[in-house]
Design a protein around this ligand. Structure first.
Ligand code: HEM
Length: 243
């Protein structure tokens, strides 16, 4: 039996064709922006879910630590989410760096002045909020996941290396400088998401008269909710409401 013919190519040849078409698409600025949009959406979904999980701190140590335990006792969920998230963050950064390089290669001379009309405050902060958020994530993992940057990291099950998130968050945020850094990072996250949602439609040409403004409003509201929800945790610890 023939595997493929001129009229009907083999499945392998079709897959290879799709793969190279995808690769060619990624070579273009629109392809890289599409990758940034999809990976940004994955990150956005994570931070919303993560905040909802972390807000359980207001329900007390039993609830918060039981939630942490459940996550660590469900390896497919934990490692699946970690793999997708790590891949998404890596691709988001790689595509951003390649876009910066493409833009600077295409620009013969540097702009004499940045026009405030064409670039919003959030869009100008995009390129420095990104690297600071990258630094925040590395610090955050060393702080609350690995404990290397934490003064008093506790495990609820030391034998299985399962951290005690309630105690670790309370002890971590008792330091006002650490809380301040988190709050600054949350403001940058809000700006980053706000502009990300704006540029997603702009750069991919996905403008719909009714749905685009609606989706942007939803994204903006979600970015403010993230700011308020995430900042509530260090502020509550500093105020002694959560202890
Ligand atoms: C006040 C805000 C936040 C608090 C209280 C918080 C708390 C925590 C805690 C306790 C853990 C460790 C969970 C465990 O292993 O048991 C963790 C992990 C993590 N957090 Fe946060 N977080 C906050 C904001 C963020 C933000 C804004 C991001 C991303 C931009 C983020 C990204 C992560 C990641 C990637 C992990 C590792 C997840 C894993 O173990 O696979 N967090 N966070």
């Amino acid at each position: 039996m023939s595997v493929g013919s001129a009229a009907q190519p083999a499945a392998g040849a079709k897959a290879a064709g799709d793969g190279s078409r995808l690769f060619l698409f990624y070579q273009s600025p629109v392809g890289k922006k599409a990758v940034m949009a999809v990976t940004g959406l994955i990150g956005f979904g994570f931070v919303i879910g993560h905040m909802l999980g972390n807000l359980q701190i207001f329900l007390g140590p039993e609830v918060m630590n039981a939630y942490g335990m459940k996550l660590h006792e469900t390896p497919p969920l934990l490692y699946g989410a970690r793999t997708v998230l790590l891949g998404a963050v890596a691709l988001h950064i790689i595509a951003a760096l390649q876009l910066i390089k493409m833009n600077s290669d295409a620009r013969p001379t540097k702009y004499a002045k940045v026009s405030p009309v064409t670039s919003s405050y959030a869009s100008r902060t995009m390129w420095w909020s990104g690297p600071i958020l990258g630094f925040f994530i590395v610090y955050h993992l060393l702080h609350f996941t690995l404990g290397a940057a934490h003064p008093n990291f506790l495990y609820q099950d030391a034998a299985r290396h399962i951290p005690a998130p309630y105690e670790n968050v309370v002890a971590g945020f008792s330091n006002p400088l650490v809380s301040l850094f988190y709050i600054i990072a949350m403001i940058l996250l809000m700006l980053h998401i706000n502009h990300g949602a704006w540029s997603l439609f702009q750069s991919l040409g996905l403008n719909h008269p009714r749905y685009t403004p609606l989706i942007r409003t939803v994204a903006r509201t979600a970015s403010y909710a993230l700011l308020i929800g995430n900042c509530a945790i260090p502020l509550a610890v500093l105020a002694g409401v959560v202890k």
